[in-house]
Each structure stands twice: as structure tokens, then as C-alpha cells.
Design a protein around this ligand. Structure first.
Ligand code: GLA
Length: 503
């Protein structure tokens, strides 16, 4: 009885780190198995199984979530069965997986979140095991609020690649967008950030430095190109090992990546939780991991606007500023349809207070110009974002900006409501049967008043004296309305944006 235990201990002493001993039991499933070319999600690269005091223990090493522990593992000598935590799906918090060996080939099957995995593996050599071994990142730093750095006094404005291009982006497209910001006049209307979202990343070099992929041959040169046009460059990464689209994230390389971004000349960073939610899944750890990058950006010595993207979890608006954030997403992803846009704009974002100079609630990027909504619906989209002092990040192909979209996006008076120096986030004052009146205090004594018709039929909305006495200016039409006019025709799904006129 003692012999196998000693043999196992000896084997563990001589085995390389992460190599699991298989000699102690006849079970053919024990040991380290590797998978060549795994499907991208969750990307199981290795399975390791051992028997300790009669109990089977093991891990699946994945590209997205590092080493996932097997739970409740049992083996009948032919089939290994176990469950894993299934974090993304609260309705199904665990999932059952099985593994069996046939002719020296390991067959692994199971589900996680939306993906079914069926992979064939083989026994791994010590070197293969070493190469796949996951190294957990060090402990997160204690919370310590940074001093105000003076950035983002008004909500950031610009363009981001994600809504239109997804991960299909390259250096030439980004340069073309920078050019189009200038030629359309949108830069001069205030849209100055050119943000590269997910899809630019390559692999790390031998020193661990993150490299762009082949579609971005020289990130510093691209930053120089953008800067030469009076614009600023944004980039994207994740606190997890993988970004949402499956590219390499900043897990274990936070300070190194912040320094790399600063050296390239990056002015804005979107930090998207994604696979990080596996590791950071409560209020404290999420807050700390966002602070870790916030502190790293400060330490980089370059002023970098910091955009938190963790979908509004754990009341982010309460602590976004305290971790160095200048804006924080309050919702899941926008899509180019009225239902999603209006749910985000009317319902979700208003739940978060605390916006103001230096720190903004971010209901996600604009869809204006992408074609999925009517002109009235896009007017509602922009009106909602402006009255809530939301960041204005365009998300369409700027080279194909229609005259209608351009007129909306470049409307100086609407942009001025969004960018008002007071930085107040407006909100609803009256809501009745799908008709709503929202107000936003402005610097100076005035205010903006938005009228929304969320119904499917045209309606008239009246502005009561109690909300805005005196004269009003219609910002979408660019006219002062006659002093006696208090009733406004608002089309189905449409909006009117007014501001009070002094005197
Ligand atoms: C998440 C974010 C999006 C976008 C994608 C990129 O879904 O919420 O805004 O950045 O990831 O993969």
C-alpha cells in the first residue's frame, strides 16, 4: 500500500511544474493531456488529472480562463466525468464534462457558456506541459484613489471601430477614419478620439511585450499619423487573458502594457472585463483590477483617458472615478436598433448618478449612420445621449457619412448641450404613456429640455411653464420658437431638443 504513494511522491518531485503523475494508478485517464489547435473558445489546451488519497482531481487549462478546476470528478477507468463552474450563465452555474480514452486518443466533451467543446487530445511531453501551464497573476493592489488628473472635463467625443467594423480593422482603415474626421468637419465639431477597439492585438514577444498583429505594422507610426491631424488615438485591452473577441489580454502584464501603450503615444484606453470576469467576479476584485490599470496608466507618465467597460456591474458609477476612470460603461452592448438603443438610453443609463467633469456614465457608442434606425430614431439616440452628458463616440464608416447623419452629428447646438461645462447628467421629469420630458441644467442659468415620443404614433408634447418659463430655442431645427409656443409635434420614436433662451 505504501509503495505507490512513495512512487507518486518521487514522481512529483522529479516532474516539471504542472506535470501530473500518472504512475500511481492504473486509470488510463490520469496524467497530462494536450490539445493541438483547440477551437478558440474557451480554448482548452491541456487536461491534467491525478488521484490524491483516492479522490480524482484535475484541471482544464484554457486560453480564456486559465486553469479551470474540475469538480465532483469520478472515473470508472474508462470515462472521467466532472463539472466545471459556468460563470457566464447564472441560470446554469455548473456544466458537466466527460473525457474518455480510445486507442491513446483522449476525447473531451462539454459545454461552457454558449460553446460546445469536442476536442481530441494526446499525452503531452514535459516541455509541452510546461509551455501550456497557466501562471496566475499576482495579488491585486489595495485600493487607493488617485488624484484628479484634469482629463475629460467634458464627455469624450470621437469615433470607435467596433460598431461598424468589429474585429475587421487594419492600419489603413484607421488612417482613413482619421482623414474622414478632418474632411467631414467632425473633428472641428469636437470628435477628436480615434479609438481602435478589439482586434489590433498580436502576441507577446520574448520579453512579454504585447505586439500589434500583422494588420497594424507600426502602432507608433499610426499614432503619429493620427496626432498630426489634431486627433488622439485610443486602444483597447482586457484585464483577463483574452479580450471579448479572443485576442490576447493584459492579464499578468498590466504595468507592462500600460507602459507600451504610453510609448506608442496612446491617449485613451478602453479596459473591457471579458475573460477577466472569471478571475474578478465580485465588487472588491473588479474594483481592484480596474484600479490596477488606472494606477498603471498614471504611472506611465502620459495623460491617458481611462474608459472602464464592465457593463455597469457592482454600481461602477459609485467607484469608477476612485479607480482613475474617466468614463464607465453602464450597460451591455448597444446594437443598431431602436429597442436596444432606447432601453439603454431611457432605462439603464439613467439609473446611474454621479456623472460630472472628469467622470462620465457611458451608455455605449453611437449607432448614428449605420442604417438600422430611422432618422427620427437616430435623433432620439443623439438627444438622449446629449441630455445625459454621455460620451459621443461615433460608430459608423465615416467615409460614408450621409448628409443627414452629418447634419445630426455635427449639430453644434446639440453637441454643446452634451459638452456643457457644468457637466450635469439630465434626467426625466415627466413620464406619461410613452411621452417624456427630460431636463438638464446648463452652465449659466439655463437648461436643456428634451421631449421624447416613445409611442408608435405622432404626438404633441407641451412644455409646462413650471419646467421652462420664457423663450425656447429648438436645437434640431436651429430656430428660436415664438414666445407663445409651448406645444411641439413629436413624431413616433422621435425627439425635440430645446434650450431656454436668456432674456
Ligand atoms: C465587448 C464590449 C464592446 C466591444 C467588444 C469587443 O462586447 O462591450 O463594446 O468592445 O467587447 O470585443
Amino acid at each position: 500500500m505504501i509503495r505507490p504513494v512513495i512512487a507518486l511522491m518521487l514522481l512529483m518531485l522529479v516532474a516539471p511544474p504542472g506535470a501530473y503523475a500518472s504512475a500511481a494508478a492504473p486509470d488510463p485517464l490520469l496524467g497530462s493531456w494536450v490539445f493541438d489547435d483547440p477551437p478558440s473558445y474557451p480554448g482548452v489546451t491541456m487536461m491534467q488529472v491525478e488521484r490524491i488519497d483516492g479522490a480524482i482531481r484535475g484541471t482544464l487549462t484554457t486560453r480564456w480562463y486559465g486553469a479551470i478546476a474540475m469538480r465532483d470528478a469520478t472515473s470508472d477507468g474508462r470515462t472521467l466525468s466532472f463539472t466545471i463552474r459556468n460563470l457566464n450563465d447564472r441560470g446554469h452555474p455548473t456544466r458537466r464534462w466527460t473525457a474518455s480514452v480510445d486507442g491513446g486518443v483522449l476525447h473531451l466533451t462539454g459545454d461552457i457558456w454558449y460553446a460546445h467543446t469536442a476536442q481530441a487530445g494526446r499525452r503531452g511531453s514535459a516541455a509541452e506541459v510546461r509551455a501550456r501551464t497557466f501562471h496566475p497573476a499576482g495579488p491585486l493592489p489595495a485600493l487607493r484613489a488617485p488624484a484628479d488628473d484634469g482629463l475629460a472635463r467634458t464627455p469624450p467625443m470621437g469615433w470607435s471601430s467596433w460598431n461598424k467594423f468589429g474585429e475587421h480593422i487594419d492600419d489603413a482603415t484607421i488612417r482613413a477614419m482619421a482623414d474622414a474626421l478632418v474632411t467631414t468637419g467632425l473633428r472641428d465639431a469636437g470628435y477628436i478620439y480615434v479609438n481602435i477597439d478589439d482586434g489590433w492585438q498580436g502576441e507577446r514577444d520574448a520579453a512579454g511585450r504585447l505586439q500589434p498583429n500583422a494588420r497594424f505594422p507600426d502602432m507608433k507610426a499610426l499614432a503619429d499619423y493620427v496626432h498630426a491631424r489634431g486627433l488622439k488615438l485610443g486602444l483597447y485591452t482586457s484585464p483577463g487573458p483574452r479580450t471579448c473577441a479572443g485576442y490576447v489580454g493584459s492579464y499578468g502584464h498590466v504595468h507592462q502594457d500600460a507602459a507600451t501603450f504610453a510609448a506608442w503615444g496612446v491617449d485613451y484606453l478602453k479596459y473591457d472585463l471579458c475573460s477577466g470576469e472569471w478571475f474578478y467576479d465580485d465588487a472588491d476584485s473588479v474594483r481592484r483590477v480596474y484600479q490596477e490599470m488606472g494606477a498603471a496608466l498614471r504611472a506611465s507618465g502620459r495623460p491617458i483617458v481611462y474608459s472602464l467597460c464592465e457593463y455597469g456591474r457592482f454600481d461602477v458609477a459609485d467607484w469608477g472615478r476612485a479607480v482613475g476612470g474617466h468614463l464607465w460603461r453602464t450597460t451591455g452592448d448597444i446594437t443598431d436598433d431602436y429597442k436596444t438603443m432606447s432601453d439603454i438610453g431611457f432605462v439603464r443609463n439613467p439609473r446611474f448618478p454621479h456623472a460630472g467633469p472628469g467622470g462620465w456614465n457611458d451608455p455605449d457608442m453611437l449607432e448614428v449612420g449605420n442604417g438600422g434606425m430611422s432618422e427620427d430614431e437616430y435623433r432620439t439616440h443623439l438627444t438622449l445621449w446629449a441630455i445625459q452628458a454621455a460620451p459621443l463616440m461615433m460608430g459608423h464608416d465615416l467615409r460614408q457619412t450621409s448628409r443627414t447623419a452629418l447634419a445630426m452629428l455635427a449639430n453644434r447646438e446639440v453637441v454643446a448641450v452634451d459638452q456643457d461645462a457644468l457637466g450635469a447628467q439630465g434626467g426625466p421629469l415627466l413620464r406619461s404613456d410613452g411621452l417624456e420630458i427630460w431636463t438638464k441644467p446648463l452652465s449659466g442659468a439655463g437648461q436643456a429640455v428634451a421631449l421624447f415620443n416613445r409611442t408608435d404614433a405622432a404626438a404633441t408634447i407641451s412644455v409646462p411653464e413650471s419646467i421652462a418659463a420664457g423663450r425656447l430655442r429648438d436645437l434640431w431645427r436651429g430656430i428660436d420658437v415664438p414666445a407663445t409656443t409651448r406645444h411641439f409635434a413629436v413624431p413616433a420614436h422621435g425627439a425635440v431638443l430645446l434650450r431656454t433662451v436668456a432674456g
